[in-house]
Write a protein of this length. Structure first.
Length: 72
């Protein structure tokens, strides 16, 4: 399992947070938290690719700035 922090551009309100939560919840990931400008998720990299995280956030209407691996 891998934990990552995703920095997201364009989020300005709680509606943005909810939109990202909904899109990420469609994937096989554990959403640890979403706040304005970022999301933290834990996932199995054999089941979900980082590109899928990017696509989910883009589907919510935002842009991924970076994905940083968190300490295990």
């Amino acid at each position: 399992m891998e934990s990552v922090k995703i920095t997201i551009e364009g989020m300005t309100c709680q509606h943005c947070v909810k939109a990202v939560e909904v899109e990420l919840s469609e994937l096989d990931v554990n959403v640890l938290g979403v706040s304005i400008g970022s999301a933290e998720v834990r996932y199995d990299s054999l089941k979900v690719k980082s590109k899928e995280l990017d696509e989910a956030i883009e589907n919510a209407g935002f842009k991924v700035v970076s994905i940083e691996t968190l300490d295990k």
